[in-house]
Structure formats: structure tokens, C-alpha cells
Design a protein. Structure first.
Length: 435
């Protein structure tokens, strides 16, 4: 992809067909669309807002090139005047958002787009796709972080991600949610993330186990972690001990398969008996929060986890019920009453309330501009197409997440289902507008 070659076409056909009619009929007044998750999945007690910073960086590049306009013209659906309008497309509206790294819940507006109706409509697919991907991955990363209880977490997921966009989002989301590093070099460079890695089984097969360990240490003593399950784990640990006595002491060993509880206990025992108490044990291979939870409950001697496939695909819940709905037009309320998909009108604010111990107690969603005593989560981040501050470093979002996580009720950090109280102000209930 070169520059913004695909940006304008990152939308669904019906966004453009509707926009053409809006313009033709004069429906061009200010609209507000709200993006939120209707209901938390059974597998999630909370979500983490993510992708806002990326959206703000990419939104100015959402434009239609001459080649894209030629493609649209050949569809024989659009009039020349509309294509001329698209050629000059540029977002000059407002964006209201809950910052990256905040813990959020159902119905809470992650992003609200305020712009002329055709403009806000066209952005629907683009905004949904980007925010959904990042929020889905950050929410999974946060669950894994909660299960690991402070142990080392490394993102190994790039090779099995659903495309490189997802791999990049996964690496960024992982570090935002408390993880230690990623194997993804492109994400490391683009976002200035810490990178790490060990070795592959192929390296062991080519050099032989002992020689592979020794050579890796010679070249990368500061990063030497020996992969010990290519053949026989316990025999590999004996070689590790031998090499350590010869001056090739690794930072740790990695086990990627087998009966993990039995193996890690025996490996820890063997290392400790030889005085190698500071050599860490890292476990990888299909790891997720469910396994980590069980292993941590057993108090197994595991120092860290390499997490890949099940994280980067959000395997237990690969989607969120995310929606982008019109909530206001010309200052008037807009809503749906569909069964199971009722929406609440108006641009919104979310206030968070804490108990006397400083833990989250409840959230309340109300109309934007209404003042309550709690902490407001929604803020104006882009006004008339202009950023109100420069895009922030991921470390700021990480600080935000860790602060919220420290104030999250303990039961919500578990893998068992618990509910958090989210109230919706009576003034937002659509039934009152039907009277």
C-alpha cells in the first residue's frame, strides 16, 4: 500500500449510495454518530478502549484519489457532481472519544463523530473497522494481563494474525495493556515498542542442541533464552546446566510443548539444585488466559509467557457487538426501538463513580454537557478537523490502563463472569420522546 491509496475505498458501498441521496435531497445538517458495544460478551467483564490515537492519525488521510474515483465512476451508480464532491472530501468535523487505555463497558460511546450527515455516514465502516480491531485486541490483552498476575508477557502472535494490520494492532494493544515486549519488529520500529525473541526449533535442528545454545549465547548473551523442548526437555536442561557451568548461563529457558505442570516443576528443581535459581522459565505454545489462570492457581514455577495465536485472533471471542448509530440530527434525538437493538439518542458523556476505597463503583451515561459529580470519560479530541493535541505515545495509554486496572473491582479481573453497574440517564430513554 502506498500512502492513502486505499483510504477512500475503505468503506461499504451503501455508505456512498446513501451519501449521494443525502446530498441530492439537501440532508446535509450536522449529525452525531456514536460507536459503542451493545453488550459485553459472556467472555468479558470489561473492555479496553483502543485505536483512538490511530484513528486520529489516519482520519486526515481518508480521501479519494483519482484512480479510486475512476473506479467508482465505472460502477455506473454515481453522478459526476457526487464524484466531484468526493474528490474534495476532507473531514472537518468533531470527534469525541474515550481515550486509549480506559476500561469501558457496554453502551459507552468509544467514539462519537459530529459532522455533516453525508460525511459522518461515509466514515462508518472505516471507524468501526479500526476501533473494533484495536478494542477487541486490547480487551483480550487486558484479560491475559489480569490472569498473569505480574508475570512476564511477550506478544508472539504476528505470524498467525489475520493480516499485518491486525498484527500491528495486537503488538500495540499488548504493550498498552501491561505486557513486556513483542516479537514484531515492524511494530517495534513504528511505535517504539520493546522487542524480544528466543530461537526456533529449526535452529536447534540445524546446529544441534548444545551447539545451538552455545552459539546463541556467544552472539546474544543479553537475550539468551534456550528453547528446550525440541527433543527431550530434561536432557536439554542437563545441557543447559553444563553450559552454565562453562560460562554460558542463559537468562532463561523456554518450553513450547508437553505436560507443562510436570515439566516446569522438574525443570525448576533441576535448575535450583545447581544454583541456577535466577534462570527463568518461560512457557509458550497455545497459551491464553484460561491456561494461565489454571497454572497460576497451581502456583507453578513459571516466570513468564509467550502468547501468540489465541491472543492475536482473540480466539475465545473473535468479535464484539459493536455499532455505529445515528443518535442526533439537526440537534434532534434519533434512535431505534428494535428488539434487542434499542439505541439511546444524543451525544453522550460517561461519568465514573468510585467507592471510598477508590475502586470503580458504577458508570452513568448522560447527555453531553450535563454535569455530574463523577469523573467524565468522554472528551473532545478533534475540532473542525483539527487535533486538539498531538498524537500521544503508547506509554501514556499504558499509564492510563494501569491506573484504571488498579481501580477495577477484583472480581472483574477474574475469568468468571461478573457484572459492573452501568446506568443510563432517564433523559436518554427513547420512549420519552414518543409521548
Amino acid at each position: 500500500m502506498k500512502g492513502n491509496e486505499f483510504s477512500g475505498l475503505r468503506t461499504d458501498l451503501y455508505e456512498l449510495t446513501m451519501a449521494q441521496i443525502y446530498l441530492e435531497k439537501g440532508y446535509t445538517s450536522t449529525a452525531v454518530f456514536s460507536l459503542y458495544v451493545r453488550k459485553l460478551p459472556q467472555e468479558r467483564n470489561f473492555l479496553v478502549s483502543a485505536g483512538i490515537n490511530e484513528l486520529l492519525k489516519q482520519l486526515p488521510e481518508f480521501k479519494f484519489s483519482k484512480d479510486q474515483l475512476k473506479y467508482l465512476k465505472n460502477l455506473n451508480l454515481f453522478k459526476d457532481w457526487f464524484l466531484d464532491w468526493l474528490e474534495n472530501f476532507q473531514f472537518e468535523g468533531n470527534i469525541y472519544a474515550i481515550d486509549d487505555g480506559r476500561i469501558i463497558f457496554q453502551e459507552e460511546p468509544i467514539i462519537q463523530v459530529e459532522a455533516p450527515l453525508p460525511v459522518a455516514q461515509i466514515l462508518e465502516t472505516f471507524v468501526m473497522n479500526l476501533i473494533h480491531r484495536h478494542t477487541l485486541l486490547a480487551s483480550k490483552a487486558a484479560r491475559i494481563y489480569a490472569a498473569a498476575k505480574g508475570q512476564i508477557l511477550v506478544d508472539f502472535g504476528m505470524r498467525r494474525a489475520h493480516g499485518f494490520d491486525s498484527a500491528m494492532a495486537a503488538s500495540l494493544s499488548a504493550l498498552m495493556c501491561g505486557w513486556h515486549s513483542t516479537s514484531n519488529l515492524e511494530a517495534g520500529k513504528l511505535y517504539n515498542l520493546p522487542v524480544s525473541g528466543t530461537m526456533a526449533h529449526s535452529f536447534i535442528m540445524v546446529l544441534g542442541e548444545e551447539e545451538a545454545f552455545k552459539e546463541f549465547y556467544k552472539h546474544y548473551p543479553q537475550k539468551a533464552i534456550y528453547l528446550v523442548d525440541t527433543y527431550d526437555v530434561l536432557e536439554a536442561i542437563k545441557k543447559t546446566i553444563k553450559l552454565a557451568k562453562e560460562g554460558y548461563k542463559p537468562l532463561g529457558v523456554r518450553i513450547d510443548s508437553g505436560d507443562i505442570p510436570t515439566l516446569v516443576r522438574e525443570v525448576r528443581k533441576m535448575l535450583d539444585q545447581e544454583g541456577l535459581t535466577d534462570v527463568k522459565i518461560i512457557v509458550s505454545g497455545g497459551v491464553d488466559e484460561y491456561q494461565i489462570h489454571e497454572w497460576e492457581k497451581e502456583n507453578l514455577p513459571i516466570d513468564g509467557y509467550g502468547v501468540g495465536t489465541k491472543y492475536v485472533t482473540s480466539a475465545d471471542k473473535p468479535y464484539l457487538d459493536i455499532a455505529y448509530k445515528l443518535v442526533e440530527y439537526e440537534g434532534k434525538p434519533k434512535f431505534k426501538l428494535s428488539e434487542g437493538k434499542k439505541t439511546y439518542p444524543f451525544k453522550k458523556q460517561v461519568y465514573r463513580f468510585y467507592n471510598s476505597q477508590g475502586k470503580m463503583e458504577k458508570d452513568k451515561i448522560t447527555q453531553y454537557g450535563k454535569k455530574l459529580e463523577g469523573q467524565p470519560l468522554v472528551r473532545l479530541v478533534m475540532e473542525k478537523g483539527n487535533l486538539l493535541k498531538e498524537p500521544e505515545d503508547w506509554k501514556k495509554a499504558r499509564e492510563r490502563f494501569l491506573e484504571d486496572f488498579s481501580r477495577l473491582p477484583e472480581e472483574l479481573k477474574t475469568i468468571e463472569k461478573h457484572h459492573y453497574r452501568v446506568e443510563i440517564d432517564e433523559m436518554l430513554h427513547p420512549e420519552r420522546f414518543l409521548k
